[in-house]
Design a protein around this ligand. Structure first.
Ligand code: MG
Length: 164
C-alpha cells in the first residue's frame, strides 16, 4: 500500500511599480512587479512551502531567511529546487499540485499554459499534474497584492536516503 503526504503553502506579496513581475518562474511583461527580498515570486514561494510542509521540514523562511543578503533579488526557482531536493532525498515524489492565484491582475488565462509548463519543468513532473486556477479578490480589498495558495500531494517511492 502506498504512503502519501499532503502539503499546503500560502503566500502574499504586494505589487509595486518599476519591479519585474516574476510568477511561476517566468518573467512577465507587466507595469508592476511583486515586492520582496527575493524576486517576489509568490507562486513559487507557496509551492516551496507546500513541499516543505508535506515533509514537515519547516517553511521557506527557515531555509532562506529574508534578512540574508545571499537571497536579495534571488531567483525563487532555487528555493523550489532546494525544497524538491529535500522531498526526493526523503523518498517522496509529487503526485499532483493544485494552485489558486488570488489576484486582480494580470489575468491568468493568457499565461496559464506558460506558467503550467514552467512549474511542471521546475518540479520535473508532467504538466497534467499541475493545476493553476485564478480568482479575483472580490470583497477582499487586496487589488494591490497577489496571493497564492498551493496544495501538493506526495507519494512514497523509496526508503529515505537520509535518516532523520
Ligand atoms: Mg514570499
Amino acid at each position: 500500500m502506498s504512503e502519501y503526504r499532503i502539503g499546503s503553502g500560502w503566500d502574499s506579496h504586494v505589487f509595486v511599480a518599476g519591479r519585474p513581475l516574476w510568477l511561476g518562474g517566468q518573467r512577465l511583461e507587466h507595469p508592476s512587479g511583486l515586492a520582496g527580498h527575493s524576486d517576489g515570486d509568490v507562486l513559487l514561494h507557496a509551492i516551496c512551502d507546500a513541499l516543505l510542509g508535506a515533509i514537515a521540514a519547516g517553511d521557506i523562511g527557515s531555509h532562506f531567511s529574508s534578512s540574508d543578503p545571499r537571497w536579495r533579488d534571488a531567483a525563487s526557482s532555487q528555493f523550489v529546487r532546494h525544497a524538491l531536493g529535500l522531498t526526493q532525498q526523503a523518498g517522496w515524489s509529487i503526485v499532483n499540485l493544485d494552485a489558486n492565484l488570488i489576484l486582480d491582475h494580470p489575468r491568468l488565462e493568457p499565461i496559464r499554459a506558460q506558467l503550467r509548463g514552467s512549474v511542471a519543468a521546475l518540479l520535473d513532473i508532467a504538466e497534467e499534474r499541475v493545476s493553476l486556477k485564478a480568482k479575483t479578490p472580490e470583497g477582499l480589498a487586496t487589488a494591490d497584492a497577489a496571493i497564492a495558495q498551493v496544495t501538493i500531494l506526495l507519494q512514497r517511492i523509496a526508503i529515505p536516503s537520509v535518516i532523520d
